[in-house]
Write a protein that binds this ligand. Structure first.
Ligand SMILES: NC(=O)c1ccc[n+]([C@@H]2O[C@H](COP(=O)([O-])OP(=O)(O)OC[C@H]3O[C@@H](n4cnc5c(N)ncnc54)[C@H](OP(=O)(O)O)[C@@H]3O)[C@@H](O)[C@H]2O)c1
Length: 329
């Protein structure tokens, strides 16, 4: 089989042919059909991620495929099952146990033709999705689902930016019956966000006080905000945008830094809740919602396996609206 590996100072290098792994007890062998690239993956490959990554690591936390063989004692899957990996390999259910070992950093990831993987870190793919669509789910979709959990009809949701977590949050928010507003930095992306169901889109580069603008547009503020910036300025604007008693789901850190006046939280009786993707049982609940709502992940572009480095370069440009996927088929 072939795989891609991270080399410090170089980026991604393709392997020569090497033996396909054999599943040990409790593992299944997955023929990987598709993977997708997240914000975190490009930092990992660029060598700028917060966690050290050993040379030669296979990247990517998100992938989907077919079970090709099962090891001794496997009970959850059979040969031929269509499966998708979980982002937190060891978080099955219950409260967040801490970051642990993740694929693409402490463990090899999915950018290979085959992966021998613990059956506990897989879920069944939603029936109506292709492998390319399913590969978009483990990180961005589940994070969004966790961030907007409990939002329903009559609620107002604000998503920051047009990145992948925000797009899934917009989709889940709309399907759950909420009014959804978005911020963005370009007119073209604003058009795409409106087409996906955003009732209003505010340009956060030209409207520096976008919090007040959202508050005015919503006649009382947003009940839930998906916080992608995670910095003093963006959180301060989010508090401004928030309805009394509302909640900010802290997801990203793309604008992190600085300090803020925390007494602003009193003014809105605000809650700040941090999100760490989700557990395997959250993933299964999300997949039920995906099936029920017939949610269609937004895919920007699919690259063939051999062009994986180009997929990373494409994400680096930052022009995407939707997931960048790699097809291994
Ligand atoms: N906590 C978790 O569990 C979790 C899980 C997944 C991702 N994350 C984090 O969430 C963030 C977004 O991830 P992603 O996968 O959605 O990334 P992405 O697809 O690369 O999204 C990038 C987009 O974020 C928007 N953005 C950047 N800076 C912004 C700012 N200051 N204010 C508002 N929007 C801003 C921009 O949207 P426009 O181009 O429209 O301006 C940009 O295109 C990253 O920090 C990532 O590490 C956290």
């Amino acid at each position: 089989m072939r795989s891609f590996h991270i080399q410090a100072g170089v980026g991604l290098t393709a392997s020569t042919e090497h033996p396909t792994p054999r599943p040990s007890a409790g593992q299944v062998l997955v023929r990987v059909m598709a993977t997708s690239v997240n914000a975190r993956d490009r930092l990992i490959v660029a060598g700028t991620y917060a966690v050290p990554v050993p040379p030669g690591r296979i990247p990517l936390s998100d992938g989907a495929g077919v079970v090709e063989a099962v090891g001794e004692g496997v009970t959850r899957f059979r040969v031929g099952d269509r499966v998708v990996g979980t982002f937190h390999p060891d978080w099955v259910h219950g409260p967040f146990p801490g970051w642990g070992e993740l694929r693409g950093t402490q463990r090899d990831g999915w950018l290979a033709q085959y992966l021998a993987i613990d059956e506990q870190s897989l879920v069944a793919m939603p029936d109506q999705l292709s492998f390319e669509e399913a590969a978009t789910l483990p990180c961005a979709a589940l994070t969004a689902w966790s961030a907007v959990r409990g939002v329903g009809p009559g609620d107002t949701l604000l998503v920051q930016g047009s990145g992948n977590v925000s797009l899934f949050a917009l989709q889940f928010g709309r399907l759950q019956g909420a009014r959804v507003l978005a911020t963005t930095s370009s007119a073209e992306k604003a058009r795409r966000l409106s087409a996906l169901g955003a009732s209003d889109v505010v340009d956060y580069t030209s409207t520096r006080e976008w919090g007040a603008r959202v508050h005015a547009l919503t006649d009382g503020g947003a009940d839930r905000i998906v916080e992608i910036g995670g910095g003093a300025e963006t959180v301060a604007q989010s508090v401004e945008a928030l309805a009394y008693g509302g909640q900010i789901a802290l997801v990203g850190n793309l604008a992190s830094g600085g300090g803020m006046e925390l007494t602003r939280f009193f003014q809105r009786a605000a809650t700040l809740r941090s999100v760490s993707v989700g557990s395997r049982s959250d993933f299964e609940l999300m997949n039920r919602d995906i099936a029920r709502y017939r949610l269609q992940p937004v895919i920007e572009r699919v690259f063939p396996f051999e062009e994986a480095p180009e997929a990373f370069a494409y994400v680096e440009k930052g022009d995407h609206i939707g997931k960048v996927v790699i097809s291994h088929g």
